[in-house]
Design a binder for this molecule. Structure first.
Ligand code: H2B
Length: 101
């Protein structure tokens, strides 16, 4: 089902509200790299995000190497960024703090 993509003002507001995220070169996604104390902390964080993602049906693209997690947020159903990415960035930022990133 199509999802509305963010207008330029809403995209700028997303980036201002979540300064640890950077806009991907093509403007269709945001990215953040997180570093945790160890693999256990990184995977615990990923587990919390995964359960939330499945609940809200909005899934991150990510890569984990030991204590590092690289995350890309985009909305496939919008062909770019949507309000769902802003909501997911807020959840991830809070989970990152809780997880000690
Ligand atoms: N995740 C993301 N990141 N973007 C989507 O457009 C998306 C999703 N769509 N998770 C959902 C699943 C959709 O495919 C299902 C059918 O609701």
């Amino acid at each position: 089902m199509p999802v509305p993509s963010l207008c330029d003002d809403d995209r700028d507001a997303l980036l201002s509200a979540h300064p640890l995220w950077r806009l991907r070169g093509d403007g269709k996604a945001i990215e953040r790299t997180l570093k945790f104390a160890d693999f256990n902390a990184a995977f615990g964080f990923m587990t919390r995000v995964a359960l939330h993602a499945d609940k809200v049906d909005h899934h991150p693209e990510w890569c984990n190497v030991y204590n590092r997690v690289e995350i890309t947020l985009t909305t496939h159903d919008a062909g770019g960024l949507s309000a769902r990415d802003a909501q997911m960035a807020a959840f991830i930022d809070a989970a990152a703090i809780a997880g000690g990133a």
